[in-house]
Design a protein around this ligand. Structure first.
Ligand code: 1GP
Length: 255
């Protein structure tokens, strides 16, 4: 006999996230970028994220230079059964050991490689891999500085004060059948995505909304949730102040 937990787990990560959304629950993911975290800090990062009981680990980044994705996933597998979700900067960052992948279409941009090209390259591997594929509309919103993802994607972000463009883009993503929207100010962004954009987008679509980029305080996390984010992603804050993640994660329960 399966327990309720096992039954829920078997339905998949996306299903579980939608279930949480329907219950009004908020979730948090920690982003681990193997190129950014010094190897000596990885165990500590994992430990503090687990103490904070984060809902997911996102794994990936804009570059694939130094860190080994495989080693990081092996390391995480030894420590936890928290779902491991790829957040790939390129098809080079696909790893069958993960539980799921955010199959990102950069719908705020007009770079065909990031709208369909990379997908064609990676689809055969993904079809064979057995990992859960979650099609995601990835929307860059100007965060007040040029970020790695802007440079690497060779696209312009949506201006931070153009809510209508963000809303239209999000609506198009939902109509195209994407399952999630990721509103991204870029890792280390000076200005996180504004509550005003999050609110307008969340009131215009029914699919779940992820926000990330420059979320460094529990207050900002809470504002994102209250504006309509279903899941927030935190990366740099963990590197700068590992203890902070517990407070940021607690914002899930304060809405
Ligand atoms: C980047 O949204 C994530 O894709 C995390 O950003 O590193 O600024 O938290 P930070």
């Amino acid at each position: 006999m399966q327990t309720d937990n096992n039954l829920l787990k078997n339905k998949g990560i996306y299903h579980n996230h939608c279930h949480a959304k329907a219950q009004g629950e908020k979730q948090i993911a920690v982003l681990l970028d193997p190129d950014k975290i010094p190897p000596a800090h990885i165990s500590r990062h994992i430990e503090v994220a687990l103490l904070a009981k984060v809902d997911y680990f996102l794994i990936g980044g804009s570059t694939s230079l130094r860190g080994s994705l495989d080693d990081l996933i092996d390391n995480l597998r030894r420590e936890t059964d928290t779902p491991l979700i790829l957040f790939p900067g390129s098809p080079l960052q696909i790893c069958k050991k993960a539980d799921a992948i955010l199959f990102l279409s950069l719908i705020s941009g007009r770079n065909p490689e990031l709208l369909i090209g990379h997908h064609v390259i990676s689809a055969p591997t993904l079809m064979q891999s057995g990992i859960e594929v979650i099609s995601t509309g990835y929307m860059l919103i100007d965060g007040g500085m040029r970020t790695a993802v802007q440079y690497m994607s060779n696209t312009q972000p949506i201006p931070a004060d153009k809510n209508d463009i963000a809303v239209g883009t999000a609506m198009a993503g939902q109509l195209l059948g994407l399952k999630l929207l990721y509103l991204e100010a870029g890792s280390g962004a000076k200005n996180p995505v504004s509550e005003s954009i999050i609110r307008d987008v969340s009131q215009s679509v029914s699919i779940p909304i992820i926000t990330g980029g420059g979320i460094r305080t529990p207050e900002k996390a809470l504002e994102n949730f209250r504006a309509g984010a279903d899941l927030i992603v935190v990366g740099n804050a963990l590197e700068n102040d590992p203890g902070l993640i517990r407070e940021i994660a607690a914002a899930r329960f304060a809405t």
